[in-house]
Design a protein around this ligand. Structure first.
Ligand code: NAD
Length: 494
């Protein structure tokens, strides 16, 4: 090891930078951050932790780079390449941060406590406890919307978390292996190899594209028997997929899907899900509503976000949240309306923007700046108090003038620290991968309003996502996975 640096060779750092803090400092406020997604992690990265007793609570002890999650469903990227342990970056903070791997089950706003539940596999039991807070940031995200449609939770796969991607990967291979098993009826083979994606938002579109790539590049070579029956269908209730993109890019996506032989069923709404088929409503050529049974082997449900129960419960405790439906209504400083000490970021907050990682990350960074300034203001206030005492008891004019000059300077700095403007979102554009090494991009900062699709855009998408990866470690792992898949093909083992 190189003395004093903690460097023990090839990027392995053994030191824990901040000294362990066993008990909270009574002179500091306790700031609790819920979640380790885009919003919370971006806040933690930029927060000066020495100003607060910082406690982070999340059922996941890692940050997940969600834009590349669809690539994990086919094994193009291994899931660990897009995960970054929170301990990795928390240990580089100036002051220690407490991390509890647990789920926040209830926030008691009146009592200023959070109930947390830790499901311990080792102990084989769950443990519930309370964590008090002075300041709270809610960044718990959202859960999958099912709109109460029967059978969705029981029979479909979602695409939000690492285990969802792993489940899909297993299920794809299960369908292929079962379809090629001895004595399967032709109808059963067709059903098993029908991959249905519900929801034509970016999640559904990117997954459909990745899955078709998997079939074209690898599956059909490894398992030629499935060649004639493997089919991907995308079902969307609205008249087009990707409604947030421009008309030109929607047309481009639909045209590309046609070339890739992905069937797009727009104006088709899923009403019921069973273990072997979905029931979808569509309008036929004569304007009549029809109900059709669509058999499937794999069903991926990507119809957007719904409120988490813990958020719903908090909203019910705050009268000012009565009329908010989609999440915690926040003001322009991201303070939850009806509270003074609770902030919300990301998909659980309603700040007037789409629920994307980009918005959440900017909100988190804004809160870090805000809290850093608040911390600065508090320490200036403390110094000002001490200085006025010095000024009063100063033995001579020279000392009094000195204290006075310092007070003036501090007051100026305090005014500056207090002058932070409200949160403003700066949209950097939207990107989506659509399969066969093509992507679509709506980017406003490049040339006014550039909308582009195609292979060049794909390389832009690649480099943009690589540069957005959390760490150099993640970036290297992703590049290695891509290279490995290009050279050897994807790994089709279950
Ligand atoms: P979404 O809300 O964007 O799209 C869901 C789609 O499902 C909608 O078009 C809706 O009409 C359709 N739908 C709902 N119920 C249906 C039913 N019963 N039958 C058929 N179709 C139905 O959801 P998403 O794709 O999960 O995205 C969620 C958020 O995350 C969005 O804000 C999105 O912009 C963002 N996101 C962005 C990217 C990216 O920029 N590349 C990737 C993933 C997610």
């Amino acid at each position: 090891a190189i003395a004093g640096t903690g460097f023990v060779g090839y990027g392995i750092y053994s030191n824990r930078n901040p000294p362990e803090q066993v008990d909270p400092d009574p002179n500091k406020k306790t700031l609790v951050v819920l979640g380790t997604g885009w919003g919370s992690v971006s806040l933690l990265k930029k927060l000066d932790t020495e100003n607060y007793n910082v406690v982070v609570i999340s059922p996941r002890n890692y940050f997940l780079f969600t834009p590349l999650l669809p690539s994990c469903t086919t094994g193009l990227i291994e899931h660990r390449s897009i995960m970054e342990p929170v301990r990795n970056f928390l240990r580089h903070k100036k002051a220690a941060v407490k991390f509890y791997e647990a789920e926040a089950t209830k926030i008691d706003y009146e009592r200023r406590v959070i109930y947390v539940n830790d499901e311990s596999e080792i102990k084989g039991e769950s443990h519930t406890t309370e964590v008090p807070f002075d300041m709270l940031v809610v960044g718990v995200g959202a859960e999958n919307a099912t709109f109460g449609i029967p059978g969705v939770r029981e029979h479909s796969c979602f695409l939000k978390e690492v285990n969802d991607a792993q489940r899909i990967r297993q299920r794809i291979m299960d369908c292929c292996e079962t379809a090629t098993f001895k004595d399967q009826s032709p109808d059963e083979v067709k059903r098993l190899l029908h991959m249905v994606v519900v929801g034509g938002g970016p999640t559904g579109v990117e997954f459909a594209g990745e899955l078709q790539d998997f079939f074209e590049n690898d599956l059909k070579k490894w398992i030629p028997d499935i060649k004639d029956n493997f089919k991907v269908t995308l079902v969307e209730a609205l008249p087009s997929v990707l409604p947030m993109f421009s008309k030109q890019l929607i047309d481009y996506t639909e045209k590309t899907f046609k070339e890739e032989t992905i069937e797009v069923r727009t104006k088709t709404t899923v009403k019921n899900v069973t273990d072997k088929y979905i029931e979808a409503e569509f309008t036929d050529a004569s304007g009549q509503k029809q109900l059709e049974k669509i058999p499937y082997g794999l069903l991926v449900w990507a119809t957007g976000n719904a409120l988490r129960p813990v958020v719903k419960d908090l909203m019910a405790q705050i009268p000012a949240q009565k009329d908010s439906r989609r999440g915690l209504a926040v003001n322009e400083y991201l303070v939850v309306k009806g509270t003074e000490n609770v902030w919300a970021v990301g998909d659980c907050a309603v700040a007037g923007y789409a629920p994307t990682g980009q918005v959440a990350a900017q909100e988190g960074a804004f809160l870090a700046r805000l809290f850093n300034q608040m911390g600065k203001t508090e320490s200036i206030d403390l110094e000002l108090k001490n200085l006025s005492a010095v000024q009063e008891t100063a033995p001579n004019k020279e000392k009094r003038d000195e204290a006075f000059a310092r007070i003036k300077d501090l007051q100026r700095r305090r005014r500056r620290a207090n002058s932070m403007g409200p949160f403003e979102y700066s949209h950097q554009g939207s990107l989506a991968y659509i399969g066969s090494e093509k992507a679509v991009a709506d980017i406003s900062w490049l040339t006014g309003n550039l909308a582009s699709g195609g292979t060049l855009t794909y390389f832009f998408w690649l480099s943009a996502y690589l540069s957005m990866c959390f760490s150099t470690r993640n970036r290297i792992l992703v590049i290695m996975d891509w290279t490995k898949a290009k050279v050897f093909g994807r790994d089709v083992s279950r």
